[in-house]
Design a protein around this ligand. Structure first.
Ligand SMILES: *Cc1c(COP(=O)(O)O)cnc(C)c1O
Length: 444
């Protein structure tokens, strides 16, 4: 299997035929501003016409290098041929019955495959919903039903979604919670491990988190602790070594369900099936969404069979959950991951990006940290003398890159992180080009 190609016919640089955004994008954007509420944010008013691999072609005919993949969704590339074929074939066969009314085999088989590939050899069960937030909500429901306890503890700098329960779990009030209260009760946030900012070792940071859990909440009231093994919106914060295993060990010893939110980091993105593997974690529940179907909406909750069976029949599910077309696409994604090829591509991308960024950091002191795994790499921008977050610069870099045809995402609780979530189809030459463009926007 090859996702990338050394074919010289493959575009290595953006092809811009208008200014960015072009006139057609601007015209649609003006209509959007009248028809769509501003709360549905807009990172970049470039309207897409079609896409393939790491490339987007906009309505003005510009070819743009996409290093965001719709926030880590089209990990195997836009319009991945095997995924498209599987979805089309399923669409012709049957598109909806509702699994809880008239079931179908591909749902059961995907549950079996996720049981096989998620960390740990214990008996597991899986069910499917439509979005990441819905997966988080359901994991909390199950943990509460299993433990008979109330509280869910999330980490500082976390992001878990935009529904009522999940917005109470997010670190950032603005924009995710502002004006939207009252919020779900019995959600608590506790300190995470953020090596650049707390200077703590993994065990020290875990001791601090556990002190909060025990003193401010009390273990006997905690149903679940939820962690993104590598935080996504929080700025690709990679916890110090030993932090997550210590937290998991504490959870297990105290009857607390440990939930890994792998929605952004899972399924090949970090060069492993799941980011949990990078830290030696075997979570009780594992949440998947974003990349699972390479662009079709699907999310999964996979966990220890005895925990997953805590809910009464009919307590879990939803009309569109586990739609057969999304499931068919997910099987094609898993087929590709099982070849091992995507993991090698993720390792190659990690190498190319971190090497290039380290070179940039030598000349540009504003790059205060480079971190991440696989095709989930970020750099954090700081005031060199104080390490204070430099927020405006990340947005300036993304805006400059867009004008040069490279789509980059920002992240971080302070808005000072530039993150790369490229498709695994991105080539080294394309990465080099993106780094050149970034260098143009960095202060000396
Ligand atoms: C995107 C994301 C979610 C929410 O997923 P939606 O599909 O947008 O509801 C939850 N957790 C993490 C880590 C995410 O990156």
């Amino acid at each position: 299997m090859t996702l990338t190609t050394a074919d010289p016919g493959v575009l290595q640089r953006p092809e811009l035929v208008t200014e960015i955004p072009g006139p057609k994008s601007r015209e649609i954007h003006a209509r959007r501003e009248r028809a769509v509420p501003r709360g549905v944010g807009c990172a970049l008013p470039i309207y897409v016409d079609h896409a393939d691999g790491a490339w987007l072609t906009d309505v003005d005919g510009n070819r743009l290098l996409d290093l965001g993949s719709g926030i880590g969704v089209t990990t195997l590339g836009h319009t991945q041929p095997a995924v498209v074929a599987a979805a089309k074939e399923q669409l012709d066969r049957v598109s909806h019955t509702l699994f809880t009314v008239t079931p179908y085999e591909n749902y059961v088989r995907l549950a079996e495959r996720l049981a096989q590939h998620t960390p740990g050899a214990h008996a597991k069960k899986t069910f499917f919903v439509n979005s990441g937030a819905e997966a988080v909500e359901n994991a909390v429901k199950i943990a509460r039903a299993h433990t008979g306890r109330r509280v869910v503890a999330a980490l500082d700098h976390a992001f878990h979604g935009r529904t009522n329960l999940t917005m109470a779990m997010n670190h950032r009030a603005a924009p995710y919670g502002t004006g939207f209260g009252p919020f779900a009760p019995d959600v608590q946030r506790v300190p995470n491990s953020y090596p650049l900012r707390d200077g703590l070792t993994g065990p020290q940071a875990a001791a601090r988190t556990i002190e909060y859990l025990e003193q401010r909440i009390g273990a006997s009231d905690i149903a679940a602790v939820i962690a993104e093994p590598i935080q996504g919106e929080g700025g690709f914060v990679v916890p110090a070594e030993g932090y997550l295993p210590a937290l998991q060990e504490w959870a297990t010893a105290n009857g607390v369900v440990f939930i890994a939110d792998e929605i952004q980091a899972g399924l090949g993105r970090t060069g492993t099936w799941f980011a949990s593997e990078l830290f030696g974690l075997v979570p009780d529940l594992v949440l998947t969404a974003k990349g699972i179907a390479d662009g079709l909406p699907l999310a999964g909750i996979t966990g220890r069979a005895e925990i997953m069976d805590s809910a009464l029949p009919g307590g879990l599910g939803g009309t569109f959950g586990g739609n057969p077309v999304s499931i068919a696409a997910a099987h094609a994604v898993l087929d590709l991951l099982e070849t091992g090829g995507p993991f090698a591509e993720a390792a190659r991308i990690e190498e190319a990006l971190t090497r290039g960024l380290r070179e940039l950091a030598r000349d540009h002191a504003a790059i205060g940290d480079i971190r991440g795994h696989g095709a989930m790499i970020a750099f954090e921008l700081v005031e060199p003398s104080t390490a204070a977050p430099l927020a405006g610069l990340a947005a300036d870099i993304a805006a400059h890159a867009a004008r040069r045809g490279v789509l980059l995402l920002t992240a971080g609780s302070y808005g000072n992180v530039v993150r790369f979530l490229p498709s695994l189809a991105v080539t080294d030459a394309q990465i080099d080009y993106a780094l050149e463009v970034i260098a143009e926007a960095l202060p000396d």
